[in-house]
Design a protein around this ligand. Structure first.
Ligand code: SF4
Ligand code: SF4
Length: 365
């Protein structure tokens, strides 16, 4: 046990302590797995042991009451074990068909909060970032638009009727701690205005050299400015043409906020995917440059994601991912079939980068 000899109780416990016994006993011996029905998997070991998994939709931010409910179900049906997937689904595992039947009956009595699905050619849970709840540089919310989009696409969570899996992700700024660059459909928060400089606070709350050094495009320079009391203060100026609205300067200097109700919104990118044993990774491409932050239900974003998904579902071949479909039919046809307008904002034109470096599709404003 790697935890032997530990002299403090800091940090998490050894992960092996949390594995269900059947998984621990069959480590390295799993032969294959199958999806028995939407949301239900079986893994088979060379010893003959089986693990049945029921996957349920969950949320990234959970109440204590909801966690308690999950734990009660795990205690009752699964020997006290459960796991969360990287897409924030919760999985309950058992080692026999009898226990599986009991588990499914238990989950059926909580189907309003524990929908079964998220496997195979479906839209599984949307991964997302922090949003307005937690981070300091978001251009859109995370849980809000994700909830609205997933409510609309719920029929695709518990079924496996799409040509292939469709991974949707949201990152609330283009620093992308949500990895939207490798998703079939990416919902990306974008700022469209440079930071606003608060000359009343800047010399008190910021280290100006740090704010200057933080800008990847060299757009921040030192400057003298006058505060609201008419005093001259050490400040900065921003070359607005160079700025790509990334928010790095605000991370270093809270007197340079760039959140703005009119400037902020959502861009949609499609066609990304991570690599697998057969194909290289693909990056998502920008197809919708801007949609407004229409709270609380983001109707424009919801409609746009459905429009793309339905065109793909209707036209793609079996097992073809969204980006593979777009490349096979050609991007011109992608815009035709989805009904999305094509604009110059979807074109990279690095050759014209004389005055501004804002020439890639993500920074066209
Ligand atoms: Fe913060 Fe950007 Fe990550 Fe959103 S995507 S949580 S704004 S770093
Ligand atoms: Fe530079 Fe980004 Fe700040 Fe613009 S938002 S000034 S590009 S650090």
């Amino acid at each position: 046990n790697p935890m032997e000899g530990r002299i403090t109780d800091l940090g998490p416990r050894y992960y092996g302590d949390f594995l269900p016994p059947v998984i621990k006993e069959n480590k390295g011996k799993w032969l294959y797995h199958e999806i028995l029905e939407p949301g239900v998997l079986v893994h088979v070991s060379e010893t003959g042991a089986k693990v049945y998994t029921v996957r349920c939709g969950s949320a990234r931010l959970l109440t204590v009451n909801r966690v308690r409910l999950y734990c009660d179900i795990a205690d009752k049906c699964c020997g006290g074990y459960l796991r969360f997937t990287t897409r924030n689904n919760v999985e309950f595992m058992v080692d026999s068909e009898d226990k599986l039947a009991a588990l499914k009956a238990e989950l059926a009595s909580h189907k309003d909060v524990l929908p079964i699905g998220g496997t195979g050619a479906c839209v599984t849970n949307i991964v997302h970032t922090q949003g307005w709840v937690h981070c300091h540089t978001p251009a859109t919310d995370a849980s809000g638009p994700v909830k609205a989009v997933m409510d609309d696409l719920f029929e695709y969570f518990g079924s496996m009727t799409l040509p292939a899996q469709v991974r949707i992700a949201l990152a609330c700024c283009l620093n992308m701690c949500g990895a939207v660059h490798a998703s079939d459909i990416a919902i990306l928060g974008i700022h469209r205005k440079p930071p606003m400089i608060d000359n009343d606070r800047i010399s008190g709350v910021c280290e100006i050299p740090l704010a200057i050094a933080s800008c990847p495009l060299g757009a921040v320079k030192p400057a003298k400015a006058t505060n609201s009391a008419g005093e001259e203060v050490k400040s900065v100026k921003v070359n607005a043409e160079r700025c790509m609205f990334c928010g790095n300067c605000y991370t270093m200097c809270p007197a340079m906020p760039l959140a703005d109700p009119e400037g902020d919104g959502i861009a949609i990118l499609v066609g990304g995917k991570v690599s697998n044993s057969k194909s290289a990774p693909k990056f998502s491409k920008l197809v919708v440059p801007f949609l407004p932050n229409t709270t609380p239900r983001w109707p424009e974003t919801v409609a746009c994601v459905r429009q793309i998904l339905e065109a793909y579902a209707k036209d793609a071949k079996k097992y073809e991912r969204l980006g593979e479909w777009a490349e096979r039919i050609g991007w011109e046809k992608f815009f035709e079939k989805t009904g999305l307008p094509f604009t110059e904002k979807s074109i990279d034109d690095y050759r014209l980068a004389y005055d501004t470096w804002r020439t890639t599709t993500q920074f066209k404003y």
